[in-house]
Design a protein around this ligand. Structure first.
Ligand SMILES: Nc1ncnc2c1ncn2[C@@H]1O[C@H](COP(=O)(O)OP(=O)(O)OP(=O)(O)O)[C@@H](O)[C@H]1O
Length: 242
């Protein structure tokens, strides 16, 4: 079964066509990269996949459930991390993980929190209010929260944006291991092309809300005659669209 099927999705704001008739699928176990410059429509697309924003038109099916009618059935099997959605600031890191764990009805929550504390090196942060953490520390907590219910689908908006190179590399290794262990599907919006090349098996290039190219990172690099995805991204960003 596909983890995500999006058909003719449109989101129109009063002054902007943020998502302009896009269609794609993400198979279970796949990792899909959503790429595009600032304002291309990545966050809007992710918000619609989560059911936080209502599409102007189009259909979204997540883990077999129509998001317009049945989103709570899908939401319990998915999770997300985004720098744009803050964790409750006054709760400690541990309280945050506990609250989210209860929201998702996680069995053996104490053990799950201990596992994530180890994986994300959160031991020294557990007692601190989430609002007092540095950007990179918040990102690590948000990623731990995103795995609390062992989701079958993980939506990640800029998952490593504020992490130092060492921690970013560690987190990428963890995401690869999580996918390999669980066959989860991952949708990743990122401006880090090396990260996308490493993690994603398929990439969608968005520009002004439209999919202007797509393929595996290797196929795109070959098609544009380039050496890496960063150069492909620049070619696409700088060309005039018809
Ligand atoms: N709440 C809103 N009201 C009006 N327009 C919006 C709103 N949210 C986003 N937009 C517009 O929709 C377009 C897509 O924005 P979106 O945040 O999805 O882009 P993005 O690809 O995630 O960009 P970035 O890389 O900068 O995060 C932009 O032109 C933006 O100005």
């Amino acid at each position: 079964m596909d983890a995500i099927t999006v058909t003719n999705l449109v989101k129109r704001y009063p002054h902007t066509l943020a998502v302009d008739d896009i269609s794609f699928t993400l198979p279970q176990g796949g990792v899909l990269g959503l790429l595009g410059g600032n304002g291309a429509g990545k966050t809007t697309t992710i918000s619609m996949l989560l059911g936080l924003l209502v599409p102007t038109s189009g259909q979204i099916t997540v883990l077999g459930h129509d998001i317009a009618r049945d989103r709570f059935k899908a939401l319990e099997r998915m999770n997300f991390s985004s720098p744009y959605i803050a964790l409750p600031a006054r709760l400690s890191v541990e309280e945050n993980l506990r609250v989210y764990g209860h929201l998702y009805n996680v069995p053996n929550l104490r053990r799950r929190i201990a596992e994530l504390t180890g994986q994300f090196h959160l031991g020294a942060l557990l007692a601190r209010p989430a609002g007092e953490l540095s950007a990179g520390q918040k990102t690590r907590v948000a990623l731990a929260k995103s795995l609390i219910n062992k989701p079958d689908l993980l939506l990640l908006d800029e998952p490593t944006a504020s992490l130092d190179p060492d921690t970013g590399d560690y987190v990428r290794t963890m995401l690869e291991a999580y996918r390999a262990e669980t066959n989860a599907a991952i949708l990743l919006a990122s401006h880090n092309m090396a990260e996308v090349e490493r993690l994603c098996d398929t990439v969608l290039m968005l520009k002004a809300g439209k999919i202007v190219d797509q393929g595996t990172p290797d196929a795109l690099i070959a098609r544009y005659g380039r050496e890496d995805l960063e150069q492909v991204f620049l070619d696409i960003a700088r060309r005039e669209e018809p």
